[in-house]
Design a protein around this ligand. Structure first.
Ligand code: FE2
Ligand code: FE2
Length: 257
């Protein structure tokens, strides 16, 4: 089982570079599953039905989200109706959408989970207790499980890796938009990386036009942020799963078209 997970796709530059690079990635790695984080896919913040559908047209099997899940109100009914999209599970119960799902293809089942960190981000419940109950719920219903832990603090993400080690196939971090150099299979068999990074303009400040982000830092005045488009690249990881549901390997892919 090979799973390609793509870090936060930022705006149309991110969607375009993914579309451009994907055939090459498919040729080189032949992934069975393709999952993308789409929380920044619509204009840099949030997701819409339209951007979600462009992912599905590319062959994406599931979409994860994060703190920008609810930026666009129009998408709420779609989040309720589309079982291939997950938003952080530890948000208040009753919020639009679901926190985990199982996608099936060719008789194989992939559990996909999205959780929010609680350090510098808001969530209703602890992600640690939340994942325990989700793992119980997925028992016998999924052959492999992917957890996208959308969190700010490296410490919380590293801790989550240890918490789920040996219980999920992969625990990948998103949200910071900067890839970390610590991808490995943990001793218990879970593929882990603190942050996959983002798919979008490399010559930016985490996806925002650099001159606008810089003006904000320099002047400490309100600045209108727009999505950057210079020098886009794809940040992803390729996870190879074992028959027992854990991971054989994880490889970081930082791909310039
Ligand atoms: Fe993001
Ligand atoms: Fe985020």
């Amino acid at each position: 089982m090979k799973l390609l997970f793509v870090g936060d796709v930022v705006g149309s530059p991110g969607r375009r570079v993914l579309e451009e690079v994907l055939p090459r990635l498919r040729d080189e790695h032949a992934p069975d599953w393709l999952v993308v984080n789409g929380e920044n896919s619509a204009g840099g913040l949030g997701i819409t039905e339209k951007t979600a559908k462009t992912f599905f047209e590319l062959g994406v099997d599931a979409i994860t989200l994060g703190n920008h899940a609810y930026k666009h109100r129009d998408v709420y009914p779609y989040l309720d109706a589309e079982p291939r999209i997950v938003r952080p599970s530890n948000y208040p119960k009753g919020n639009p959408g679901r926190g985990h799902t199982v996608v099936e293809k060719g008789g194989r089942r992939l559990g996909v989970v999205n959780l929010s960190g609680t350090v510098f981000l808001n969530a209703a419940r602890s992600p640690f207790a939340e994942i325990d109950s989700i793992i119980d719920d997925l028992a016998g219903r999924a052959d492999h499980v992917l957890l996208d832990f959308h969190a700010e603090a490296t410490s919380e993400k590293v801790a989550m890796g240890w918490h789920v080690d040996g219980r999920v196939t992969a625990c990948v971090g998103t949200h910071t938009h900067v890839p970390t150099a610590d991808a490995r299979v943990l001793p218990g068999g879970t593929a882990y990386v603190t942050d996959v990074g983002m798919t979008g303009a490399r010559d930016s400040v985490i996806g925002v036009r650099r001159e606008q982000a810089l003006e904000g830092f320099r002047t400490q005045m309100p600045v209108r942020f727009e999505t950057a488009d210079e020098n886009p690249w794809v940040n992803a990881v390729l996870v190879e799963g074992r028959p027992d549901g854990l991971a054989q390997s994880i490889e970081q892919l930082l791909v310039v078209p």
